[in-house]
Design a protein. Structure first.
Length: 536
């Protein structure tokens, strides 16, 4: 197995287990080709996976029976060993810089000299790709194998377990997961708009959405993990799930409620899985006539400086699962067959009888990806009444991570305040300017809570409310110069977090509503709860 870039190595590690499982006749060695500008991380990836690795210069002496690669740029040593080339994305959808010239080339095609040698076989996922290759590279005539796409097959197998993937990523019931997908290069989503993930997190309410980012491994290889995390710091501090480049991206795509992407393969995979897609960028390096180009013409475009929340919600509401069936139909043939066909092709090249047992393709496992805990929120609330004859006060709460949202002016009948976790927020400018300070943990006794409230209000003279959860349930909120209010929340998903209840108390104060022996309906995160308030 030729390992040259993280992208191509990941693809090999995704498909090899189903091809060569439990066969003692075949030994797999990864030959590391260090010549790519995007090769950073390949050795770490192989060692973490427990692979046997040899230096590339030893490959000529290894006398392999077959070479499998998902990189078309490997310089295969002379000999008669067959070379099976897998696409490391979807087919031949992009024009990429040619390392052998000053121009561009069709991604996925090996050099003509290797094709002319009669040793190379190109795996394709659709018959139209054979025609495309024949037009662009006549030397591919007779050198293609219709396999399908094993990665899409695995993703589709994972869809029935989408709920498990969502739980592993910390997307609780009632929240939506938006996956931001960026390929590499100046025309990619991040290449054109690196601030988009932070703006999405700023506009999508914290209690209703999570946002995950899937970046092409070349982005990390070109810029380094430190630079990527520095660039995305406001988004990461607002809870962005930055998916690792190995395997975990598939879990995010299975769990996604919507995909905001570009002309990269991940966006097209999302469309083929029936996910709503919004295109935030689409480069001219997409090859005309391909499935990717069709998706670029038919998928709705994201106005990156418009109302992002409204656009995401519209894309989800208006979507039908087969909306992008045309583009998927141009990219993928015979779904569900790729692993079996690929194994048959590999064993033919090895000149070995194929094992009688069927290959065991596995859906992607749920991935747990840590994200930074959000510690400050820009909170937007409104006060109204519930419907019906027994109308009760209704407070709607929407929280937005302050690291991305920043300050907002009050408009209309909405109230806006800054709320911080007084114990975990590291930016003291935020805690000093917060109207509401909350201690999320640990829970306290009533005596401890009052002591903490007094100390917090003394320490932060700009703070109006200080809230701390109580060990026996509910929370205690101290109001500057007004005493304390005990709150209890009855409602699924909202009782454990004292933040929304503190926002109710703040809103009642701003709206002039009484705080003693009141029932207030709290609407937050797509659900409702009843908050009981009493002076304590």
């Amino acid at each position: 197995m030729a390992a040259r870039t993280v992208t191509s190595t990941v693809r090999a590690l995704e498909v090899l287990p189903s091809l060569l499982r439990d066969d003692p006749r075949v030994s797999v060695v990864f030959a590391h080709d260090p010549t790519s500008a995007f090769g950073d991380g390949v050795l770490d990836l192989l060692h973490d996976a427990g692979c046997r690795v040899m230096p590339w210069h030893q490959l000529a002496d290894a006398d392999p029976d077959a070479i499998l690669t998902a990189s078309e740029n490997v310089d295969v040593p002379d000999g008669d060993c067959p070379v099976l080339v897998l696409p490391h994305g979807i087919g031949f959808q992009k024009l990429v810089p040619d390392s052998r010239s000053a121009g561009t080339r069709l991604s996925g095609v090996v050099p003509d000299a290797l094709l002319a040698s009669g040793r190379a076989w190109l795996a394709v996922s659709h018959p139209d790709q054979e025609k495309q290759l024949l037009t662009a590279h006549p030397e591919t005539s007779g050198r293609t194998l219709l396999i399908g796409d094993p990665c899409l097959d695995d993703l589709a197998r994972g869809l029935p377990e989408a709920a498990a993937h969502r739980r592993a990523l910390g997307v609780r019931d009632g929240r939506r997961l938006v996956v931001v997908s960026s390929t590499w290069g100046p025309t990619s989503l991040l290449g054109r708009d690196p601030g988009l993930p932070a703006r999405l997190l700023a506009e999508l309410p914290y209690d209703e959405y999570r946002v995950a980012a899937v970046l092409h491994p070349n982005v990390r290889a070109a810029h380094g993990e430190w630079r990527i995390r520095s660039l995305l710091a406001p988004a990461l501090e607002s809870g962005l799930l930055l998916m690792p480049p190995v395997h975990a991206w598939r879990s995010a795509l299975v769990a996604a409620d919507a995909v905001v992407g570009d002309h990269g393969s991940v966006t097209l995979y999302g469309a083929a899985l029936g996910k709503p897609v919004l295109l935030a960028a689409f480069g001219e390096d997409a090859v005309p006539g391909t499935a990717g180009a069709l998706l670029g013409r038919t998928a709705p475009r994201l106005d990156a400086h418009g109302d992002l929340r409204a656009q995401v919600e519209e894309a989800v509401a208006a979507h039908t699962p087969r909306r992008h069936a045309g583009a998927a139909g141009l990219a993928f043939a015979d779904p569900g067959q790729a692993h079996a066909r690929l194994r048959t092709a590999l064993y033919r090249l090895l000149r070995l009888p194929e094992p009688p047992s069927a290959p065991l393709p596995l859906p992607p496992p749920p991935a747990s990806v840590p994200s930074a805990a959000v510690s400050s929120w820009t909170v937007v609330t409104t006060a109204g009444t519930t419907g019906g004859p027994a109308a009760e006060p209704l407070v709607t709460v929407r929280r937005h991570p302050a690291a991305a949202a920043g300050a907002r002016p009050e408009t209309g009948d909405a109230f806006v305040h800054l709320a911080c976790d007084a114990e975990t927020e590291r930016d003291h400018r935020l805690t000093a300017g917060a109207s509401v300070l909350v201690r999320h943990a640990p829970a306290a006794t009533a005596v401890e809570a009052r002591r903490w409230i007094r100390g917090t209000l003394d320490r932060y003279p700009g703070c109006l409310l200080a809230t701390v959860p109580l060990a026996d349930g509910g929370a205690l909120t101290g109001i500057r110069d007004r005493g304390t209010v005990a709150t209890t929340v009855a409602g699924r998903g909202l009782a454990a977090d004292p933040g929304p209840a503190a926002a109710v108390v703040y809103t009642c104060l701003r709206a002039g509503l009484p705080l003693d022996d009141r029932f207030v309906t709290l609407r937050a995160g797509g659900t409702e709860a009843t908050v009981t308030l009493r002076l304590a």
